[in-house]
Ligand binder design. Structure first.
Ligand SMILES: CC(=O)N[C@H]1[C@@H](OP(=O)(O)OP(=O)(O)OC[C@H]2O[C@@H](n3ccc(=O)[nH]c3=O)[C@H](O)[C@@H]2O)O[C@H](CO)[C@@H](O)[C@@H]1O
Ligand SMILES: C=C(OP(=O)(O)O)C(=O)O
Length: 429
C-alpha cells in the first residue's frame, strides 16, 4: 500500500490550483442518467471516487468519453467528461461497486425517475458515523415510489411515474436534497423541498439540471420548488471549485506559515471557514480568481468552532481545523454536530504530540509548542489530510499510511504541496 512521507518544518510559498469539487462532480455525473442526450461536464477532478462512479455509470450502460487536452489547458486543468445515457441496460447498482462510496447510492433517484425502477446496494463511504439513508428513502416515497429493502439492496419501483409532493426533511441532508432534486425534476407536478440543504454543491446541481431543462426555484435556500418536466435534455456545465480542498490548503498555510495563492476558487464558497481562519491570525484576502493566505511569525490564536450545515463551518474541514488548533496558543473547543463519529483523527494527531481530549460531541484541544513527526494511519478522507497538514508543520519525519483515503478526494496532493516547498513524497508499495 502506498505511503506519504513528509519532512516537516518548511513554510509554504507559491500558488496552488484548486480542482473541481468532488462533492459537486459526483451528483452532476449521476444527473447524466436523467437524459438520453449528452451531458458535458468541465473541470471534473481526477480522483478515485470519480473513477469509482465512472465504473458504476458504465455498468448502467452510460457511454463516457474524456475529452483530450485543448489549447490553454494543462494537466492541472480539470478533465472534460461527456456522459451519454441513451442506452441504459441495467438499473441495478451492485454491492461491489456501491460499497466503496456513499454518493453512488444517489443513482437510485434518476434511475427511478426515468425508468420507473432501481435496485441499488446500501452504500459505504467514509467511516464517520452510521450514515443511514432513511431520509433519502422517505423523499422517494413521498414522490410515490414503492421501496423495499431486500438482501442489502434498496429496491425502488413506481407504477405510473413519480408525482410531485411536499418533502420536509427533519434534518438537513445534502444527499437527501440531491436525490429529491433529481427525482422531482422528472416527476409529474410540483415538488416543494422544505429544510433543503443549502450547500454550494446543491446549487451547482440545480444549475446544471436547469440547463438540462428542469424548472427549479430556490436552490441555495431552505425551500426549493421544482416543477417536474416530461423529459430533460443534454447540457454543458462546469463543476464548481472544491471548497474543502480550498479550506484544507488554507489551513495548511495557516499552520506552517508562508504565503500561498489558492487559484481558481471562490471565497464565497467557504466564508465561515475563512472567517475562522482570519480569527486565528491568518491573513486571508481575495485576489482575482482566488484567495491569498498568509501567516508571518505571529502565533496561532485558539478559536472555538462548531460544525454546521452550509453556510456554517463545514464538517469536512473539522479535522483539518483541529490539526491547526494543535499548535494554537491556548485551548479551543471543536464541536461536531453533523456526524457522531468524526473524531478518528484525534488519536493519530496525538501520535504527533497533540493534546486533545474528547468530551461528548466536542474535542478540547490544548495547543502545544511543537509537534514531532511519527508514523500515523489515515482512517478517512478528511482525517487523512489533517495528518498531512500536521505532518507539514511537525518537526522531522511523518509517514502516513493508508493513502488510498487521500486519493478519494485530493487531486495531485503531493505535487500541489511540493510546488510550494513542502517536502512530501509518495512511497509506492
Ligand atoms: C459525497 C458528498 O457530498 N458527501 C458529503 C455529504 O454527505 P451526505 O450527503 O452523506 O451527508 P448528509 O448531509 O446526508 O448527512 C447529514 C446528517 O444527516 C444524517 N442522515 C442523512 C441521510 C439520511 O437518510 N438520514 C440521516 O440521518 C447523516 O447521518 C448526518 O448525520 O454531506 C456531508 C455533510 O456536509 C459531507 O460531510 C459529505 O462530504
Ligand atoms: C465524507 C466525505 O465523503 P463521502 O460522503 O463520500 O463519505 C467527504 O467528502 O468528506
Amino acid at each position: 500500500m502506498d505511503r506519504i512521507h513528509i519532512t516537516g518544518g518548511t513554510e509554504l510559498h507559491g500558488t496552488i490550483p484548486i480542482s473541481g469539487a468532488k462533492n459537486a462532480a459526483l451528483p452532476l455525473m449521476i444527473a447524466s442518467l436523467l437524459t438520453g442526450e449528452t451531458l458535458e461536464l468541465v473541470n471534473v477532478p481526477r480522483l478515485a471516487d470519480i473513477n469509482a462512479l465512472t465504473r458504476i455509470l458504465g455498468n448502467h450502460g452510460v457511454d463516457q468519453t474524456v475529452v483530450g487536452k485543448r489549447p490553454g489547458q494543462t494537466t492541472e486543468t480539470g478533465q472534460t467528461v461527456r456522459l451519454t445515457a441513451s442506452n441504459v441496460i441495467d438499473t441495478t447498482a451492485p454491492y461491489e461497486l456501491v460499497s466503496t462510496m456513499r454518493a453512488s447510492f444517489w443513482v437510485v433517484a434518476p434511475l427511478l425517475a426515468r425508468f420507473g425502477e432501481a435496485k441499488v446496494s446500501l452504500p459505504g463511504g467514509c467511516a464517520i458515523g452510521t450514515r443511514p439513508v432513511d431520509l433519502l428513502i422517505m423523499a422517494l416515497e413521498r414522490l410515490g415510489a414503492q421501496i423495499e429493502i431486500d438482501g442489502g439492496y434498496v429496491v425502488a419501483k413506481t407504477k405510473n411515474g413519480l408525482r410531485g409532493a411536499e418533502i420536509s426533511f427533519p434534518k438537513v441532508t445534502v444527499g437527501g436534497t440531491h436525490v429529491a432534486l433529481m427525482a422531482a425534476a422528472l416527476a409529474y407536478g410540483t415538488t416543494v423541498i422544505e429544510n433543503a440543504a443549502r450547500e454550494p454543491e446543491v446549487v451547482d446541481l440545480a444549475e446544471c439540471l436547469t440547463k438540462m431543462g428542469a424548472r427549479i426555484k430556490g436552490a441555495g435556500t431552505p425551500r426549493i420548488e421544482i416543477e417536474g418536466v416530461a423529459r430533460l435534455n443534454g447540457a454543458r456545465h462546469e463543476v464548481l471549485p472544491d471548497r474543502i480542498e480550498t479550506g484544507t490548503y488554507a489551513m495548511a498555510v495557516a499552520m506552517t506559515g508562508g504565503d500561498v495563492v489558492l487559484e481558481n476558487t471562490r471565497a464565497d464558497l467557504l466564508h465561515a471557514a475563512l472567517d475562522v481562519l482570519a480569527t486565528t491570525g491568518a491573513e486571508v484576502t481575495q485576489v482575482p480568481d482566488g484567495i491569498r493566505v498568509r501567516r508571518n511569525g505571529a502565533g496561532i490564536a485558539a478559536v472555538d468552532v462548531t460544525t454546521d450545515p452550509f453556510p456554517g463551518f463545514p464538517t469536512d474541514l473539522q479535522a483539518q481545523f483541529m490539526a491547526l488548533m494543535t499548535l494554537a496558543k491556548g485551548s479551543s473547543r471543536i464541536r461536531e454536530t453533523i456526524f457522531e463519529n468524526r473524531f478518528m483523527h484525534v488519536q493519530e494527531l496525538a501520535r504527533l504530540g497533540a493534546r486533545i481530549r474528547l468530551d461528548g460531541d466536542a474535542a478540547i484541544v490544548e495547543g502545544v509548542e511543537r509537534l514531532k513527526g511519527a508514523p500515523v494511519m489515515a482512517t478517512d478522507l478528511r482525517a487523512s489530510v489533517s495528518l498531512v497538514i500536521a505532518g507539514l508543520a511537525a518537526e522531522g519525519e511523518t509517514q502516513i499510511n493508508r493513502v488510498y483515503h487521500l486519493d478519494r478526494g485530493f487531486e495531485a496532493l503531493e505535487a500541489k504541496l511540493g510546488r510550494c516547498g513542502a517536502r512530501i513524497e509518495r512511497v509506492r508499495a
